[in-house]
Design a protein around this ligand. Structure first.
Ligand code: IMP
Length: 201
């Protein structure tokens, strides 16, 4: 069985391809299928937004569609940016500017605990779905470091590391990331539900 990735974010697509490839799950991207649509994320939870994206792509492609909705939750800012992580500080900011905006908001704040969260959902053409969650706890640094990953990676230091997420190698990030955990959990559920997974589905 072939799956389509419902996300258009290049950072997420790269990581999802790596992670699902390791699990032997055959995926194509929206770009491979020439699906170029804007999906409005009108939900108020990660689950709602992930489902909106997967359902829209499943309707068009008629293929099982896997979507990721994720974000950064900080304690000092009472959960911000949360579901609004991709537009925090303004729609048109670059990732670098968004990190600076976050650092500025948290300037002089002692409480720096935060977590990345991810909801994965796969919607099937029959209308059923499988969903899984993952999180990665850490702290917001006082300055950006590293050039790997995407989004808020340069300002997030995962617990147990002296490096930011953007300084980790891709395999290291995938091992501990919210996305890695959610996709591995998704794989286990898929296997349990279908009796098999990957190429033999
Ligand atoms: P959305 O799921 O499309 O709403 O976007 C999630 C946003 O959260 C991204 O645009 C990033 O800013 C942020 N984000 C999600 N996952 C990660 C990650 O693994 N590293 C850094 N930032 C992330």
């Amino acid at each position: 069985m072939k799956f389509v990735l419902a996300t258009a974010n290049p950072g997420k697509v790269k990581e999802m391809q790596e992670l699902l490839g390791e699990l032997n799950i055959d995926v194509v991207t929206r770009t491979d299928l020439g699906i170029d649509i804007d999906i409005e994320e009108t939900g108020t939870t990660f689950f709602e937004n992930a489902k909106l994206k997967a359902e829209a792509i499943c309707r068009i492609s008629k293929m099982p569609s896997i979507a990721d909705d994720s974000g950064l939750i900080t304690d000092a800012l009472h959960g911000e940016p949360g579901v609004y992580s991709s537009s925090f500080g303004g729609e048109h900011l670059s990732a670098e500017e968004r990190c600076s905006y976050l650092l500025k908001k948290m300037e002089n704040m002692e409480q720096r605990s935060a977590k990345f969260v991810c909801t994965i959902i796969c919607v099937f053409p029959e209308g059923n779905y499988i969903t899984a969650n993952g999180e990665c706890t850490g702290v917001i640094t006082t300055g950006p470091k590293g050039s790997g990953g995407f989004g808020y990676d340069p300002v997030f230091m995962p617990d147990g590391f002296e490096k930011t997420m953007a300084e980790l190698r891709a395999e290291e990030k995938n091992k501990i990331s919210h996305r890695g955990k959610a996709l591995r959990e998704f794989y286990a559920l898929l296997k349990a539900e279908t009796g098999s997974a990957g190429e033999s589905l």
